[in-house]
Design a protein around this ligand. Sequence first.
Ligand code: TYD
Length: 143
Amino acid sequence: MMKPDAINIRGCRLLDLPKISDPRGNLTFIEGGAHIPFDIARVYYLYDVPGGAERGGHAHKALRQLIIAMSGSFDILLDDGSFKQRVHLNRPYFGLYVDTMVWRELDNFSSGSVCMVLASTPYEESDYYRDYDEYRQALEHRV
Ligand code: TYD
């Protein structure tokens, strides 16, 4: 697992979540606004992902997210228009915070893996950039 400061993509970072270790089983908790830098408006999760499948392939105008490998592992390719970085998530007590205007692609899902996403806003299709060229153009026109 990478060190929390090892993410070089604008605004993104790996968050070390609270972990209560217990011989009966470990426990991790997340409070919106306290352990992550936004209030949680939505939770969704990817599961039953077939081998070789790719998810994501978009950026968001306003949405901020925390991505957690609840079970198993997968890779996230982050791209802020200047740098690209591949992050492997495989522990439920690490969360990858993904800031606005960061392109992400998810792949390399292990069998039975579950990807949970905590999101700062409800689902809104108009918040997506699904076309990479359109995303790059929007970045260039940003002040
Ligand atoms: P999408 O965000 O493209 O999935 P991923 O990035 O994980 O590959 O969403 C896939 C479909 O699900 C798309 O039709 C929109 C729908 N969807 C919702 O209706 N609500 C949601 O909260 C999310 C995340 C997706």
